[in-house]
Write a new protein. Sequence first.
Length: 67
Amino acid sequence: MTHNQKRKNMFWAIMSACSIVVAVLVVWVNASAFGMEEKDHKELSDYEKRLGLGPAPAVKKEGEQGE
């Protein structure tokens, strides 16, 4: 291998490592945005409120009283 080929291989190795780090960060940020990180968190975030995400409100039958 020539010196130039070794430099090209090192460049692509560094780029691959950076892309893996970016992919992990993307998954982590998306999981946080959709509340997958905290399972017992009941309150909707601003992001979820704006997009209409989160659990659907419970439908009450006639005659039932809620709190």
